[in-house]
Design a protein around this ligand. Structure first.
Ligand code: LLP
Length: 422
């Protein structure tokens, strides 16, 4: 299934040897397989082929315009959480009618921008947000099509930092108040409530939390209908996990079956917001080893990718498989090493006591499953340049974001006149 395989002793992205990309673009570099992205999106689309469902790719997972465009060409829409992401989706060619605007803290300016583009749906997460949206839409003479994002108080059983559906999380409107707020929405000027949205977390590796959350949402829909409310849309969020370390995440076919069972008889259109599932396994981060240093008790492999390029290990203790680009000889003995970056923080560690075949300075490493929440969460901490991004198609690769220059990076800062010339 993987699009990154060893051929002739070297790891390839589709048909391109990674050493070629490293030589031409430099390291660290993100590398995505277009075939892998398309395959995942197609799997999701196919799983829902017999249900009235639309897919809105969660742009935050990987927001490169080329990636969004690749998906738009398959008919996939976008789920955005900021004006910036909305602009990206539009610039990449996603029709406004396929864009959902999620997020717990939209500003009046962002609402205005979204209403001006007439996007498909705005997911509202609180009463104050609903009232502000009503005011903004009324002022513009527009009607905002909204879904209420509810918080079903369900434990997604994923990492605490990416769990969003418990009552102590900041997201959504508590489900017990949803009826009251939906009624309010129907009464407010400039608002047209069309449904309910829910998203309980990310990297879910089992189906049961979805089941519980969706059942609560289905019950809410029945209650709203009993009151005479119109509910035509159900946005069931994203969250399907991927395999980082042998996890067996839910198959979209089983997920679709669950959805079909829970929503049977509701007569609603469904929307989904997958992010990680589509791009996570289809991307890697390629780095070059700078030094191998024997410490007092540990052996450190110091590579040129750092926590600013991929923050997931530091932030979530996330496990990413790391393999040498040069295929290790069969049966070679493995050393336990710490794989670290050059940033001045102990947290800049990608792996601790990880078995790795013998490597040396100059060798390339591939950090796998870095296609989601990798480049989008990167920064220029330590005044390091953002890693470039490359998209592979068969034997061709294209730089879809070049490495910026130091001049570009430094020119973003301005020294006030009153500090004088250097
Ligand atoms: N919809 C909403 C409203 C979301 O908040 C998210 C993710 C998604 C959809 C997409 O979820 P996915 O299908 O990708 O699980 N940076 C973290 C993940 C944060 C997810 C935030 N919300 C990580 O690297 O694990």
């Amino acid at each position: 299934m993987t699009d990154f395989t060893y051929r002739n002793g070297e790891l390839h992205a589709e048909d391109v040897p990674l050493s070629r990309i490293a030589a031409e673009v430099g390291t660290p570099v993100y590398c995505y397989s277009s075939t892998g992205i398309e395959r995942q999106a197609t799997r999701f689309l196919k799983a829902f082929a017999d249900q009235p469902a639309s897919i809105h790719y969660a742009v935050k997972a990987n927001s490169n315009l080329a990636v969004i465009r690749l998906l738009a060409k398959l008919g996939v829409g976008a789920d955005v959480v900021s004006e910036g992401e909305l602009r990206r989706a539009l610039a990449a060619g996603v029709p406004a009618q396929k864009i959902v605007f999620s997020g717990v803290g939209k500003s009046a300016e962002e609402m205005e921008f979204a209403l001006g583009r007439d996007i498909f749906q705005i997911n509202v997460e609180s009463e104050p947000e609903l009232r502000l949206l009503s005011a903004v839409a009324s002022r513009m003479g527009k009607t905002a099509r909204i879904a209420l994002r509810v918080n079903p108080d369900v434990d997604a059983r994923t990492h605490a930092k990416i769990s969003t559906g418990k009552k102590e999380n900041k997201f959504g409107i508590e489900i017990d108040r949803a009826q009251e707020i939906y009624r309010l929405a129907a009464d407010l000027p400039g608002i047209s409530p069309q449904g309910i949205a829910v998203h309980i977390g990310s990297q879910l590796t089992r189906l049961s939390p979805f089941d519980l959350a969706f059942q609560r949402v289905a019950e809410l829909v029945r209650q709203l209908r009993a009151e005479g409310m119109t509910v035509s849309q159900l946005d069931l969020g994203g969250g399907i996990g991927i395999s980082y370390r042998g996890e067996v995440p839910p198959d979209p076919v089983d997920y679709a079956q669950l959805v079909k069972r829970v929503t049977a008889g509701l007569d609603v259109s469904l929307a989904f917001e997958p992010g990680r599932y589509i791009v996570g396994n289809a991307g890697i981060l390629v780095s070059r080893i700078l030094y191998v240093k024997q410490g007092l008790s540990r052996r450190f492999v110091i590579q040129d990718a750092a926590m600013n390029d991929l923050i997931r290990p530091s932030l979530y203790e996330a496990w990413h498989e790391i393999v040498p680009v040069k295929e290790p000889a069969a049966g070679v003995s493995l050393d336990a090493v710490d794989i670290v970056g050059p940033v001045c923080e102990t947290g800049d560690t990608f792996a601790t006591e990880r078995p790795l075949s013998p490597v040396e300075s100059g060798d390339l490493l591939a950090i796998l499953s870095a296609g989601a929440y990798g480049a989008t969460m990167s920064s220029s901490y330590n005044t390091r340049l953002l890693a470039p991004e490359v998209l592979v198609r068969g034997s061709v690769f294209s730089v879809i974001r070049p490495r910026p220059s130091f001049e570009e990076l430094l020119s973003q800062d301005k020294i006030p006149d009153w500090l004088g010339q250097g």
